[in-house]
Design a protein around this ligand. Structure first.
Ligand SMILES: [Zn+2]
Length: 346
C-alpha cells in the first residue's frame, strides 16, 4: 500500500512510497484511511527542523480520519464506523499525569506520538489503532471528521481557560484570537459556541479568512498589533507564536485576563520588551498567562461534539485545498491555504 513517509530530521526525504500492509494486533482496529490534514508540525517535520531519529522512515500524519474495516470481537466498533486516531500515547513507564489518562500533560517528555514522535502516523491507505485510542465520529460529520484533531487542541485550551477562570468569579464577555489559521478559526468557533463576543486578528486583508470570521458572527481585524483592536479582551487565545504578539497579549488584556498561548515560536528572533512592565501588569491585574498543547481522550470527544453541532458548510470552507495521495508533497508548498487535506482513497 502507499504511504506518505519521511526520515525524521532529514530535509527532502518526504515522498509517497510503498510500505507493508499493517497487521492489527489484539485490541486494534484495522482502518481504511480516508483523509489526512496537514499542519505546521508536518511542515516542520518535512523541513527537518523537528523530529526524533528513527532507523526506518516514518509514516507521516496525525490529523486522521478513517473508516473501520475490521474491529476486535466485543469492541465498541463495527466495520463502517468513522474514526479518528488519537495522536499521543503515554510514556511506557507513565508519569503521574500519564498514569491518570492526562497524557497531554506529560511531565517527563517520555510520551510518543503517531506521525510526530517515534511512532508511525496515519498518512497511509490503511492503518491500525488501539480501540481505546480511536474516537468514533458522527457519520453526519463525514469528511469534516479530519478537523477533530486540530479541534481537540482547541477544546483542551478552552477547558483550561474555563478551569483557570473558575478560580474566582468569572464572567468573560469577549475573546480575541490572534491568527486566523485552522487553530485560530476553530478557537473562534468554540468561543462562539460559548456565547462570547468573538474577535479575530490576522494580517490577511482579504480572501477567505475575513469572510469565515464574519460568517461565524465574529469581528475581523486586519492588522499587526493587538492594540489596534481597540479594547482589552477578557480572554486572548494566541495562535501565531509570533513573539511580538505574545508580548502584546500579555500587556493588552482586561483585568483578571486569561492569555492562552498555543503557537510554537521558532527561537532566535529577539525583540525588545520590558519584563518589569509585563510583570507589573500581570501581578496588578491578577492575569494568567499559560501554554496549552496536545489533547487527551476527553478533549477529542469534546471536539467531535463541538464540530458535529457546528455549521458543516462553514467547517467545510476551512478546507481550502484537497489533494490526492499521489500529490501529497504539494501539500508542503508555501501558500495561503487554511487547511490542506489529502484524500487517502484516491
Ligand atoms: Zn508522562
Amino acid at each position: 500500500m502507499r504511504a506518505i513517509t519521511l526520515i525524521p530530521g532529514k530535509q527532502g526525504t518526504l515522498g509517497v512510497t510503498e510500505v507493508p500492509e499493517p497487521e492489527p494486533k489484539a485490541g486494534q482496529l484495522l482502518v481504511q484511511g480516508l483523509a489526512l490534514g496537514i499542519c505546521g508540525t508536518d511542515r516542520e517535520l518535512n523541513s527537518g527542523e523537528y523530529g526524533w531519529p528513527r532507523a526506518e522512515p516514518m509514516i507521516l500524519g496525525h490529523e486522521s480520519l478513517g473508516r473501520v474495516l475490521r474491529a476486535p470481537e466485543g469492541s465498541a466498533y463495527s466495520p463502517g464506523d468513522l474514526v479518528v486516531g488519537v495522536v499521543r500515547r503515554p510514556d511506557p513507564e507513565p508519569c503521574p499525569a500519564c498514569a491518570r489518562g492526562e497524557f497531554d500533560m506529560c511531565r517527563n517528555g517520555g510520551y510518543t506520538e503517531r506521525g510526530i514522535k517515534e511512532l508511525d502516523g496515519y498518512g497511509s491507505e490503511r492503518w491500525v489503532v488501539e480501540a481505546g485510542y480511536a474516537i468514533k465520529i458522527d457519520p453526519a460529520l463525514g469528511e469534516l471528521g479530519v478537523l477533530v484533531e486540530p479541534a481537540s487542541v482547541v477544546a483542551k485550551a478552552w477547558e483550561h481557560i474555563e478551569a483557570i477562570g473558575a478560580r474566582a468569579w468569572f464572567g468573560p464577555q469577549n475573546v480575541l484570537v490572534t491568527g486566523a489559521g485552522p487553530i485560530g478559526l476553530l478557537a473562534a468557533l468554540l468561543a462562539k459556541q460559548r456565547g462570547l463576543d468573538v474577535h479575530v486578528l490576522d494580517r490577511a486583508t482579504d480572501g477567505i479568512k475575513p469572510a469565515l470570521v464574519a460568517d461565524l458572527g465574529g469581528t475581523y481585524h486586519a492588522g499587526d498589533g493587538i492594540e489596534s483592536v481597540g479594547f482589552k479582551p477578557d480572554i486572548i487565545v494566541e495562535a501565531t507564536g509570533a513573539a511580538q504578539l505574545v508580548v502584546e497579549a500579555m500587556l493588552n488584556n482586561a483585568a483578571a485576563g486569561i492569555v492562552c498561548l498555543t503557537g510554537v515560536s521558532s527561537g532566535g528572533r529577539l525583540i525588545r520588551m520590558d519584563a518589569g512592565q509585563i510583570n507589573r501588569d500581570i501581578v496588578l491585574e491578577n492575569d494568567v498567562v499559560f501554554g496549552s498543547v496536545n489533547a487527551n481522550l476527553r478533549h477529542y470527544r469534546a471536539a467531535a461534539a463541538a464540530l458535529t453541532k457546528a455549521d458543516h458548510d462553514w467547517l467545510s470552507r476551512l478546507i481550502t485545498r484537497r489533494l490526492p495521495l499521489d500529490q501529497a508533497p504539494a501539500a508542503f508548498e508555501p501558500g495561503d491555504h487554511v487547511k490542506v487535506v489529502i484524500n487517502l482513497e484516491s
